[in-house]
Every structure is written in C-alpha cells, then in structure tokens.
Design a binder for this molecule. Structure first.
Ligand SMILES: Cc1ncc(C[n+]2csc(CCOP(=O)(O)OP(=O)(O)O)c2C)c(N)n1
Ligand SMILES: [Mg+2]
Length: 357
C-alpha cells in the first residue's frame, strides 16, 4: 500500500534553495503553468497582508493569516478537478481562490457577514470551518453521498495539526477507511495550535502515522513546496475517485504569522524558530526555482505583484461598498425554523441594537 510503510518519508520536489530534485509533474511542465501556480501564491500572500491591515484599521473582524502556508492551498487547488468538493478550514485561501471564490467574499465573511460564504461562482464547495475538525465529519458524509450516487468525484478536506487530536478527526478517518470513501484529508501541520506546540499535541511519531490505525493511505509532503503538494494530491485524488481509496496527507509547513489577529505569538514562540522557518517559506523557494530554471526576471516578478495588488485593491473596494448586514440576520440561518430560545435571543439582540441606536 503506497505511503503506509511506517516511514513516511517527506515527499519533495524543490529543496529550500529552489533546486528541482525530481522531474516536474507532467501537468505543470510548462513555464506558463508554473507562473500561474506562483501567481496564485503571490495573490494569496498579497491578499493576506491586506486582510490583516483591514482588521488593524477596524474595517474587518478577526482574521487568521495563512502567511507561509500558501503552497498547500495552491497545490490542492491545482490538483482538484472542477467537480470535486473542497471542505476547507480557515487557512485555505489559495485553494478557494483557485476554485472561484471571490476575494471580496472572503473579506465579507471575516467582516462578520455569513453571506460571504455564499459563493457566487462556486456552488459545491463548503464554507470554511472555524469549529475545529467538524469539517472532517462533513467531508466523510459528502464522500459517502458521492459513492452512493456512483459519481466519479472526490472530496478534499483540510485541517490543522491540532485538529487531528479531536474525536471528529478520528471518527472521520475511521469511517472513510471502513467504508472506502473517496476523500483526502489534508493536515496543514504548521507546528502550532494557537500556543500549543506540536510536541505537546501528540506522541505519534508523525501525523501521517494516524492513517495506519484506520487502514488508509498516509503521506508526508513538504508543505512549502507546491509541486510536491500538487503531485501527492493529484495521485491521492485519483485513487479516491477511481478506487474509493481515502488518504491522509500531512503537509509540513509553519505558521509565520500570529494564530489570528487576536493573538500575539511572540508571547509563546521563540524568535529563532520563526527566523529559521522564514528561510524555508514557499514564495522565496518558488521564485528562486523560476529564476534558476525559467529565466524569471525581476520585471516579471514586479509585474505579478502589481497585478495582484490591483486585484486585491478592487476586492477591498467591493467589500467596502457592500450593504451592511441587517441586524439579527445571523440568527436566521441556524435552523430552517428557529427554536423558541433562538427566537428569544434574536428579539433581545434586536432590542439591544435599538437601545444603542
Ligand atoms: C471546536 C473548537 N474548539 C476550539 C476552538 C478554538 N480554536 C481555534 S483555532 C484552534 C487551534 C487550531 O490549531 P490547528 O488545528 O493546529 O490549526 P491552525 O490554526 O494552527 O492552522 C483552537 C483550539 C475552535 N475554533 N473550535
Ligand atoms: Mg496548527
């Protein structure tokens, strides 16, 4: 069984200096495709930094930065087929962009308006999950529906290293194995779960080892390398679609930012660890690769950044122009018919809004 050899060697294509160590995946073997992949990561980074600024200036709510983790979403986004289903968590902006979610929709969500998760151009993907690991259960259920309907599709769901300690995660990978469901569980192992380091999170030698207990394929991949993520996701998704074989993919990354804008990681995280991680991050590496192997120029690089900044600027303008969500509306989507308690809370909330003017 691929991947389940108890060693889980880390799959890499690019070393940290941007040197290619294996032949390129065939689907990405043109300069244009590689530039498209790089542009997605740059777009995600530029968006991320702007989103933090929006929160800092009071124009948006709490935001979880994905800085340094762009290669995972980009690799996932490029590997998925259009009719596959993404069940994401909150650090998957790159994958969401690739799947057609608008930047202003993501801003709208973090601005506190759930309509931001009602995607205009992407109907089958799921909203991001903020509750930890609950999405793994949803993904298993969707995969079951796909199998039941005999469709040739697969589900990708993502979560963090901390999420793999939750019952929801174990239950989901277990049922996926027991029932042979077309789902790939991608774990973004960014080494921290807020202030809990990986060392305190689990005694398992790697997160990929968790696949062994439930009899599914497990893989470890360099999450700073979008080519490697793309390769592993392409293969695991194909096995999920055609053979109903689920996988667990541990993508090794590092959370370069604070946990969210409500956190200050300098209170618990050693600076030297962060400095070392910065050396390994995906944008530096991929740019070095493009320069070495594809005559990538500084002018082209500047051009991509300018283009991405322009797109983010437009998204921010669209976000700022949105009508304010009617007060109390967020109670309306919990159930088809609200419970008496919920209705009472809504009325109390509306009365409070009225009092405060
Ligand atoms: C069910 C639930 N419990 C607790 C939280 C609070 N919480 C938010 S993020 C987080 C840590 C998640 O860490 P990890 O799974 O490693 O993902 P990361 O944020 O590092 O990407 C916790 C405990 C939550 N959102 N949902
Ligand atoms: Mg984490």
């Amino acid at each position: 069984m691929p991947g389940s050899d108890f060693n889980f060697e880390t799959i890499e294509f690019l070393d940290p200096t941007g040197q290619l160590k294996r032949p390129l995946p065939a689907a990405l073997a043109t300069r244009d495709k590689l530039v498209e992949l790089y542009q997605l990561m740059v777009q995600t980074r530029v968006f991320d930094l702007s989103a933090i600024n929006l929160q800092r200036t009071g124009a948006m709510g709490t935001y979880p930065s994905g800085e340094g983790q762009e290669a995972i979403g980009a690799g996932i986004g490029f590997a998925m087929q259009e009719n596959d289903v993404l069940v994401p968590y909150y650090r998957d902006v790159a994958a969401q962009i690739r799947r057609g979610v608008l930047l202003e929709e993501i801003l709208r969500y973090w601005g506190g308006d759930e309509w931001g998760m009602h995607f205009q151009h992407q109907e089958q993907d799921f909203p991001i999950s903020v509750p930890i690991a609950t999405q793994a259960c949803h993904a298993a259920g969707i995969a079951y529906a796909i199998k039941y309907r005999r469709q040739s599709r697969a589900v990708v769901t993502t979560c963090g290293d901390g999420a793999t300690s939750k019952g929801d995660f174990y239950e989901s990978i277990n049922i996926a194995g027991a029932m042979g469901l077309p789902v790939v569980f991608v774990v973004n192992n960014n080494r921290w779960a807020i202030s809990v380091p990986l060392e305190k999170q689990t005694a398992a030698p790697t997160i990929a080892h968790k696949a062994l207990a439930v009899g599914i394929d497990g893989f470890r991949v360099d999450g700073n390398d979008p080519l490697a993520v793309f390769h592993v996701l392409s293969e695991t998704l194909e096995r999920a679609r055609t053979e109903h074989r689920p996988s667990l993919v541990e993508a090794l990354s590092y959370r370069l930012g604070d946990h969210t804008t409500a956190d200050d990681a300098s209170r618990y995280r050693p600076q030297r660890e962060l400095d070392a991680a910065r050396e390994l991050e995906p944008l530096i590496r991929f740019k070095a690769y493009l320069q070495k192997e594809h005559q990538w120029t500084d002018a082209e690089d500047e051009n991509i950044y300018e283009c991405c900044k322009e797109q983010v600027k437009k998204a921010i303008e669209a976000y700022r122009a949105l009508p304010e969500q009617p007060p109390g509306e967020f109670f309306d989507y919990m159930f088809a018919r609200p419970t008496a308690d919920l209705e009472q809370q809504k009325q109390e909330w509306l009365a409070g809004v009225k009092r405060r003017g």
